[in-house]
Ligand binder design. Structure first.
Ligand code: ADP
Length: 523
């Protein structure tokens, strides 16, 4: 016995070494648990061994066995199920009773069971059980041996859990990056591309396969760089060292990127540095956003502001000019001149009012849904009044009204609907510079009325017919450029009609005039 002891210790050490090697070699958890079992059985002169681990629901489940028929595993699991029914963890007496039953289930010759819980950070995650074919009092030494293997098994389980969590996080992150609507790129500290997601493939025309491994400058090339410069920022010391808990300082770069097919795309790229624990740059995550729409909206806004200031200035200049002339005391104006001048002042003041009205309405529309002030509206009479007013403003256009008799009275917001008709008739005049007939008419259906305004003007190309109803949108042709306008009239008209539960659309062919229709519910 005295002589046996060193051998025994050597054997135990060899087993422990083998197990820790297996763990560092990242063998599969089942494999490591089987090694632990084998070592425990040999060291304790056991016959059969089981490792059970708790699953996500806290139930013990057989994970590794030695000397157990696979058909027995279901029965073992059923006995293990009952273990958790005891309060305060595992009640040793109950456990012993269960183990005896297990022993009977497994092999009638089994006489003794030795077990230890597998514990990680104070929490039981499993059980290591060894059955012997004979019964001797378990010594401290037995339990110590078992403990050393149970510790190894617990570490292996812990590693496996950590690995599974990291693996899950890694896959989750990869999926987020891959399916992000923004382009995402991962770079190393030398600006070599390590990752390239689908959205970026679409934006840049590069496949991930071709882009990964290349230098950033080979893939992201600029026609025009407007803001920021990554290379320069890196030379200047970006990312600047900060206290460890300070938020990372990102870098924004914006410009026109040249795609692989040669087309350009306006993008904004935010570079976020990932630092190592000692503060060195490890990776850069680049988030690439297509800002074409944003740019277009900005462009439209700029054009709008310059048109609007021009539009406001012209009538003011005219009013001021005429008023100044009339006021001159050295001139005796004849009544005809005075009358004409006052008429111009009045017209221009009307134009200003209309413009301001449209502007106000459009800016209010952005902030809130349009509220309607409903009353009885006679659209045929309203059309006649609008025509009467516009007739004085043009000599080259002829107005025709075609409403059936007894045109129904509808419920609507009179002021707003007049704005719609005004805008449509005004456009009909503006966009038929050679004059012609402008017809305004109506039709009646079971549940709706339809009003149309038809001109013989320049017409609208098919591809523009949807867009002209957008805010600030104007067809980019020579006539529109020469004609005053803000691109608000049709946007307003559409909003007003839709607020009434109706629809507005246009039928037109370039060179053959346009007809705008709007439909309103009868009541
Ligand atoms: P604006 O006339 O102030 O530019 P609108 O919103 O009223 O703004 O119209 C948008 C665009 O639709 C106009 O710039 C013009 O190009 C086109 N358009 C509108 N009405 C007509 C029409 N009757 N005939 C031809 N083009 C039209």
């Amino acid at each position: 016995m005295q002589l046996m002891l060193p051998d025994f210790r050597v054997l135990q050490r060899d087993f422990l070494l083998e197990i820790s090697r297996a763990m560092t070699a990242q063998l599969d958890l089942g494999e490591v648990l089987r090694l632990v079992l084998n070592a425990s059985i040999v060291m304790l002169a056991g016959k059969v061994g089981i490792v059970a681990l708790r699953d996500a629901n806290g139930l013990y489940r057989v994970r590794a066995t030695m000397g157990v028929d696979s058909e027995r595993i279901t029965q073992l699991n059923r006995l293990l199920d009952e273990l958790v029914t005891t309060e305060d963890g595992l009640d040793p007496d109950f456990l012993n009773a269960q183990l005896s039953q297990m022993a009977v289930t497994l092999d009638k010759r089994l006489r003794q069971s030795l077990f230890l819980p597998l514990v990680i950070a104070g929490e039981a995650v499993g059980l290591l059980i060894v059955f012997r074919a004979y019964w001797v009092e378990a010594t401290d030494n037995d339990l110590q041996i078992l403990q050393s293997f149970a510790d190894q098994a617990a570490i292996a389980v812990h590693n496996a859990q950590l690995y599974a969590r990291i693996d899950y996080e890694r896959k989750r992150l990869a999926a987020i990056l891959e399916y992000s609507a923004d382009g995402v790129m991962i770079l190393d500290a030398d600006l070599r591309i390590l990752g390239f997601n689908r959205a970026l493939e679409r934006m840049s025309g590069w496949t991930s396969h071709d882009a990964v491994g290349r230098d950033l400058d080979e893939v992201i090339t600029w026609k025009r760089l407007e803001k920021g410069d990554l290379r320069k920022a890196l030379q200047d010391g970006w990312p600047f060292r900060m206290p460890p808990d300070a938020p990372v300082e990102t870098l924004y770069v914006e410009g026109d990127m040249v795609r692989r097919d040669g087309l350009t795309l306006s993008v904004g790229i935010t570079y976020a540095p990932l630092l190592t624990v000692d503060g060195n740059l490890a990776n850069i995550i680049a988030n690439v956003r297509d800002i074409t729409n944003f740019r277009q909206a900005q462009e439209m806004q700029n054009v709008f502001i310059s048109t609007i200031s021009h539009e406001l200035k012209t009538p003011v200049a005219l009013i001021k000019g005429y008023a100044g002339t009339l006021r001159r005391e050295d001139a005796a104006w004849d009544p005809e001149v005075i009358k004409d001048s006052l008429a111009v002042i009045e017209d221009e003041a009307d134009r200003l009012t209309e413009l301001i009205e449209n502007l106000l309405a459009a800016s209010k529309l952005k902030a809130e849904r349009m509220r309607l002030d409903l009353s009885d509206v006679r659209l045929d009479q309203m059309a006649a009044q609008v025509v009467e007013r516009f007739q004085t403003q043009t000599r080259t256009h002829q107005f025709v009204l075609s409403f059936p008799p007894d045109f129904p009275v509808i419920q609507g917001d009179e002021f707003r609907l007049r704005q719609v008709l005004d805008n449509l008739v005004n456009n009909a005049i503006k966009y038929s510079p050679n004059g012609g007939i402008i017809e305004i008419g109506g039709g009646v259906d079971d549940e709706t009325v339809t009003i149309f305004v038809r001109d013989q003007g320049v017409g609208i190309p098919e591809r523009e017919q949807e867009r002209i109803f957008e805010r600030f949108y104007r067809v980019d042709d020579t006539l529109s450029r020469r004609t005053k306008g803000t691109g608000l009239g049709l946007y307003l008209a559409k909003t007003i009609i839709e607020a009434h539960g109706g629809r507005i659309r246009v039928k037109s062919k370039p060179g053959q005039g346009s007809t705008f229709y709007f439909t309103l519910p009868q009541c």
